[in-house]
Design a binder for this molecule. Structure first.
Ligand code: DON
Length: 568
C-alpha cells in the first residue's frame, strides 16, 4: 500500500499547486468579532480594537492574555500558529511560532541507553520536556509587521490584568486537577498557581507581576526582550539547574518562520489553512477533497458519517507516514493536497463497508489536552485565526522563578522512538524523529473558509482530534450552521489507528450508531466531550457578523458569552 501511495504521488508530481486565494476586494463587515476560550482574553482584544488596533493587534492582545488567564493551555513558554489575512491587499500569512527542539537534543534522548526503552514521563514533566518557546517571537513579529498600534499598546490590557489580578475559573481548576501533583513539586509553579498547595477557589484573584514584567520587556526591546538578556539568562540557568539542556544559543537562534498558508478548493469554497509543521491543513485538504467527489447533500446521515470516517481514516494514515517539520524532512504537500490524489483515495472507499485500518498500513499519532484557539474578524475585514499551546495541561509544570510563565512539554509531540507510543498512545516515524532545532509535528489547524456568501474563521484545541473537529466544523458551515452551531456540534472522530470511531456522549442516536456498526465500524463512546472551538462568521450580503464560542467550557463572563463577542 505504501508503495501504491508513493506511485500515486509521483504520477501527479508535475501538476500545479492548489489554487491561490486572490480576491482582495471584499468590502468589510459592519462590525468586528472575537471568539476565544476565555472572556478576560476576549476583553483584552476588544479593548485593543476600541483603541484603534486592527485584527492583528487584537490577535497579539488575545494571545498574550490567554497565556495569562488560561495558563494550562498556552503561554509565553509555548508556541502557536497565526494565520492572517490582510484586507487591504488580500495577502494571506502563516506565522509559524512553533517551539523548536534544543540544539543539544538528540534522537534518542528519551531512551534509557542500557535498555533502549523510553524513560517514563521525561517528555511530559520537567526540564527535558520543554522545547524552545516560539510564542513571544510570534507576538513581536505579528505586531511589528501587521499591527497598527504599538506592541506596548497591544500588550497593555494583559499587563494591567497581570498586575491587578485575573479571575481563576472552572476550566483552570478542572485542568489543574490532572496536573496538581506535578505543579506542587515545582517551587515556581506552586508559588504562582497554588494557594497553600491547593487548587485556588473558582473566582479567586490571581496576580502575576513577573508575567507583566516579561511583557514590558517584549514591548520595550522586541525579540531580544525575551530571547536575550535577563529572561533568556534566567530561563537557561533555571532549565539547566533542573537538569535540562537549553543554552543561550538556543534562545538567540529562535526565529519565527513565515510560511505560505495552504490554500485549496473545496467545492465552491476556498479554504486557507495551516501548512507543515502542522499536519492539520494537509489532512483537512485531503479529507474535504475526498468528500467533494460525493454528492454530499443527497447522502443519508449514516452515509455521510461513513464517508467522513473513511476519508479521515485515509488522511490520518498519510499524516502518520509523510508529515514532519518541512525544514528537516521533505513533505510532499503539493502531491498530498492535489485533488487528483484525493480522487485516487476516494476510489478506494467502499460505500457499503468500513475499510479495516490494517488494510492501509502505516502508523499513527493521537494527542490530548491542552491548547487554545481564537478567531477574529475586524471591521475592515482583516482575519486572524490563531491556535497556540503549551501541549498538555499546564505544560511541563515548571515556572522558572522570575518569569511568570510555564514551560511547554512539546517534546512529547515528537516520536521518541519509532513505534513506541508517547504518554497518550502516540506512535511516530522518522519524519517526526527528534533532531536539534527541529519543530515537532503539530495538529493545530487554524483555518479560514471563503465562499460567495460568507467568510468563516475557525479552529480548536484537541490534539489529533483538532483535525477531525475542523473537518466537521467546515462541513457544518457548508450546510448553513451558525457559528455557535458549528462550535457546538457533537463530535465524531476517526484517526486511522486505533481503528475505532470515537464519539462524544450522546453524539449519535441509537439508530445511527447501529447503522454505522452494520457497515463494519466499531463505535467507542468516550467518557467526556473534547475540544473548544471558536468560530467567527462574516455574512457578505449584509456585512453582518457572528461569533460562536464552544459551549462545552462555560469559562466566560463579562464581555464574552458562549456566542462570542461582537464589537460595534
Ligand atoms: O501541536 C499539537 O498538535 C499539540 N501540542 C496540541 C495539543 C492539544 O491541542 C491539546 N488540546 N486540547
Amino acid at each position: 500500500m505504501i508503495r501504491r501511495v508513493v506511485l500515486i504521488l509521483s504520477l501527479f508530481i508535475a501538476l500545479p499547486l492548489a489554487a491561490r486565494e486572490a480576491t482582495p476586494e471584499w468590502g468589510h463587515p459592519d462590525s468586528a468579532a472575537i471568539a476565544s476560550a476565555n472572556a478576560q482574553a476576549t476583553d483584552a482584544g476588544l479593548e485593543v480594537l476600541r483603541r484603534g488596533g486592527n485584527a492583528f493587534d487584537a490577535a497579539v492582545a488575545v494571545s498574550a492574555a490567554l497565556g495569562l488567564v488560561e495558563p494550562e493551555s498556552s503561554g509565553l513558554g509555548g508556541g502557536g500558529f497565526f494565520l492572517l489575512r490582510r484586507a487591504s491587499d488580500g495577502k494571506v500569512i502563516f506565522v509559524d511560532g512553533r517551539e523548536r527542539a534544543p540544539l543539544a537534543a538528540t534522537r534518542d534522548m528519551f531512551l534509557d541507553p542500557a535498555t533502549g526503552e523510553p524513560k517514563p514521563l521525561q517528555t511530559v514533566d520537567g526540564p527535558l520536556a520543554a522545547a524552545i518557546p516560539g510564542l513571544p517571537a510570534a507576538l513581536v513579529h505579528v505586531s511589528k509587521n501587521y499591527g497598527r498600534v504599538s506592541l506596548a499598546d497591544a500588550l497593555a490590557p494583559t499587563i494591567r490584568m497581570a498586575e491587578r489580578g485575573w479571575r481563576f475559573g472552572e476550566k483552570n481548576a478542572a485542568m489543574m486537577g490532572w496536573r496538581k501533583a506535578v505543579l506542587a513539586a515545582d517551587a515556581g509553579s506552586a508559588a504562582l498557581f497554588l494557594k497553600n498547595g491547593e487548587t485556588p477557589e473558582q473566582g479567586a484573584r490571581m496576580r502575576n507581576p513577573d508575567y507583566a514584567r516579561v511583557l514590558r520587556l517584549l514591548a520595550e526591546k522586541g525579540h531580544d526582550g525575551f530571547y536575550a538578556g535577563d529572561i533568556a539568562t534566567r530561563l537557561v540557568e533555571g532549565v539547566r539547574a533542573a537538569g535540562g539542556i537549553w543554552t543561550q544559543e538556543d534562545l538567540a537562534a529562535y526565529r519565527v518562520v513565515e510560511r505560505e498558508p495552504l490554500v485549496f478548493r473545496h467545492g465552491v469554497r476556498t479554504v486557507i489553512t495551516a501548512p507543515p509543521p502542522s499536519s492539520g491543513g494537509v489532512a483537512l485538504a485531503q479529507t474535504l477533497q475526498m468528500l467533494d467527489g460525493f454528492d454530499w447533500s443527497k447522502q443519508s446521515e449514516i452515509q455521510q458519517l461513513h464517508l467522513r470516517i473513511e476519508a479521515m481514516r485515509r488522511a490520518y494514515r498519510d499524516r502518520a507516514i509523510f508529515l514532519g517539520d518541512p525544514d528537516f524532512v521533505e513533505v510532499p504537500v503539493a502531491l498530498l493536497t492535489n485533488p487528483a490524489y484525493a480522487a485516487g483515495l476516494r476510489a478506494s472507499i467502499n460505500p457499503v463497508r468500513a475499510t479495516p485500518s490494517d488494510m492501509l498500513p502505516g502508523i499513527t499519532k493521537t494527542e490530548r489536552p491542552d491548547t487554545t484557539h481564537f478567531s477574529i474578524i475586524d471591521a475592515e475585514g482583516n482575519l486572524a485565526a490563531v491556535t497556540q499551546t503549551v501541549n498538555l495541561p499546564y505544560g511541563n509544570a515548571m515556572v522558572i522563578p522570575g518569569t511568570g510563565f510555564l514551560l511547554n512539554n512539546e517534546m512529547d509531540d515528537f516520536s521518541i522512538k519509532p513505534g513506541v507510543p508517547n504518554a497518550f498512545g502516540l506512535v511516530g516515524d522518522d519524519a517526526n524523529a527528534i533532531e536539534p532545532g527541529k519543530r515537532p509535528l503539530s495538529s493545530m489547524t487554524p483555518t479560514m473558509v471563503i465562499d460567495a456568501d460568507k467568510i468563516a474563521v475557525l479552529g480548536t484545541p484537541g490534539g489529533s482530534r483538532i483535525i477531525s473537529m475542523v473537518i466537521q466544523g467546515v462541513l457544518s458551515l457548508d450546510s448553513g450552521a451558525t457559528a455557535l452551531q458549528a462550535a457546538a456540534q457533537p463530535r465524531v472522530h476517526h484517526q486511522y489507528l486505533p481503528d475505532e470511531v470515537s464519539i462524544e456522549p450522546g453524539a449519535l442516536s441509537d439508530e445511527t450508531r447501529a447503522g454505522l456498526e452494520a457497515l463494519g465500524h466499531t463505535i467507542k463512546v468516550e467518557p467526556r466531550t473534547w475540544g473548544n472551538m471558536q468560530v467567527v462568521l462574516w455574512h457578505r450580503a449584509d456585512g453582518s457578523i457572528e461569533a460562536g464560542a464552544d459551549p462545552r467550557w462555560k469559562n466566560v463572563g463579562k464581555g464574552a458569552t458562549t456566542e462570542g463577542s461582537i464589537f460595534r
